[in-house]
Design a protein around this ligand. Sequence first.
Ligand SMILES: [Zn+2]
Length: 232
Amino acid sequence: MKNDTLAIKKQDRSQLNGFSFNEIGDDHLFTSLDTPMKENAFDMSDSEKKERIEILFAEIMDVLGLDLTDDSLRGTPKRVAKMYIEEIFSGLDPKNKPKVALFDNKYQYNQMLVEKNITFYSNCEHHFVPIIGKAHVAYISSGKVIGLSKLNRIVQYYAKRPQVQERLTNQIAEELKAILDTEDVAVIIDAKHLCVSSRGVKDDTSSTVTSYYGGKFNSTSKISELQNYINQ
Ligand SMILES: [Zn+2]
């Protein structure tokens, strides 16, 4: 019964957007703006999740043939479980979303504000290996401004999920638009995917650039102004 359900699911997924299952994996296409989550994603507490992951990860290591009684490996399942829940996938849980305070735009600064070179570490949802990159975010105030460190925190929150770069770009943009109550938001991400550089085609030098230009940023002059700031 369980296997039947799995088979049907796979078939459904293989028809997504007309791409085959394999194509989606290899080309890193994404299928929705929201991270696909189960409805009951938060029924388990964090400590229950850590206990389960510890058991399951030990199983993976065991299947690989690793000796879990070895002093160096013994603690790995527990460490991985803690790291998944508390660090690298902590952005799946809305309770970890950064609280953002807005301030009045007292200086009446009405040009673009650019926060560039925000380093982030994420993980590819198709291979669970790192995506390492830089995000540049910009907005034009609609009357409110946000603390600069919060721009960084929003990037980190969405990076700490299994991701695809296109979705990460759009999720950051959508969050900024909602918080700042404006369409005038831009996000550019330049990142290296370890699943590309260390496996598969083994291309060590390429990086992937994605961008979102909303509202006033959707003009050639604003885009080139923004790119000038970023390239400085
Ligand atoms: Zn990948």
